[in-house]
Design a protein around this ligand. Sequence first.
Ligand SMILES: C[S@@+](CC[C@H](N)C(=O)[O-])C[C@H]1O[C@@H](n2cnc3c(N)ncnc32)[C@H](O)[C@@H]1O
Length: 324
Amino acid sequence: MEDTIKRPQFGNRLLENVDEVFKHNAWDNVQWDANQEKAAAEKVERNSEVTFSEDHLKDLEENADKHWDAFYNIHQNRFFKDRHWLFTEFPELAPDYTAAPVRVFPDSESSQLSTINVKNEEKENQHVKNSKRFIFEIGCGVGNTIFPILQYSQDPSLFIYGCDFSSKAIEIMKQNELYDTKRCEVFVLDATSNDWQVPFSENSLDIIVLIFVLSAIEPSKMINVIQHIHKYLRPGGLVVFRDYGRYDLAQLRFKKGRCISDNFYARGDKTMVYFFTQEEISKLFINAGFIEEQNLIDRRLQVNRGKMLTMYRVWIQAKYRKPL
Ligand SMILES: C[S@@+](CC[C@H](N)C(=O)[O-])C[C@H]1O[C@@H](n2cnc3c(N)ncnc32)[C@H](O)[C@@H]1O
C-alpha cells in the first residue's frame, strides 16, 4: 500500500480549462460532447463507401501475412515503439517490477475495478509462487511487448511464447540480441487458423496478450481466435487487451476508398485495421465464456504544441478471465 502511494500516477491529467490545452503534450480521459461525436460519425460515414474490387478484397484477405511481411521488410524493428506503458496498464505482466507509474481511473467504476483486481492479484500471486508462469503474445511482431517484459521482469519462473503470422517479423525478432531462448520462444502461426500448431498444451497458459492485433484480423474470424485463446488459457488465466477504439484519429483520417466493411479499412500498405466499440469487445469475449474484469475506453488528447494541433485518440482496454 505504502509502495502505491510513493509511485507516480498515470491517467489523471484532466483538461479542465480548454484555454490550457497547449500547456501539456497530452490530456487523459477527455470527454467528447455531442457535436464532436456527430462530426466523427459524419466523417466515418463519408469514408465508409466500399469501392474495392472483388479481386482487391480477395488479395487483402488471402495475402494478409504477405502484406505484413512487406511491412516488416521495410520497417524492420523501427516502426512500433517499445510499449513501456504496458506495466502501468497491465501490471500482471511483470508483478515483480514495481517502479511503473500506477494507473488511476477518473470514473466511478475505478474503485469497483480495483477491488476485483486486488482480489485477483492475490490469487495470481498465490499461483505465481507455486509454479512456472507462461505468457503468450499473439501478433508479437518484432518483440515490442515481449522484450520489455523480459527486461523489466526478473522472475526466473517466467517463460514467454509469442507468435505472428509474418515470418519476416519472427525472423527479425529472433535476430535481436535480447532474444533469449531460455526465457522465450517465438514462432509463426496464423491465429485465425482452425488448427493451432503450438508448443504448449491446452489449459496451460497464465496470460494471453492481445495488443493491437485483433484489429488487424477480419471481423468474421475474430471469434475463432477468441475461442482458441479460451482453449489454451488455464482456468483462472487472463487475457489482456488493448486496441483501437471507434472514431480514433486513425479511423477519421482514412480517405474514401480504403473501407473494406463497416469500421474495417485497408491502409496504403494493404495491412488492415478495425475500430472497436467497448460493447463489441464485451460480446466477443463473454460469448466465448470469459468473465469481464475490465473494459474501458481510454480517450486521450495528444497535443502537438509546435504545430498547435490536437489529436483525439481512442483506445479500448480490457481484461477477461477464464473461469476457474
Ligand atoms: C499492429 S501490429 C502490432 C504488433 C505488436 N503486438 C505490438 O504491439 O507492437 C499487428 C501484428 O499482428 C500480426 N498479425 C495480424 N494478423 C495476424 C494473424 N492472423 N495471426 C498472427 N499474427 C497476426 C501482424 O503481422 C503484426 O505483427
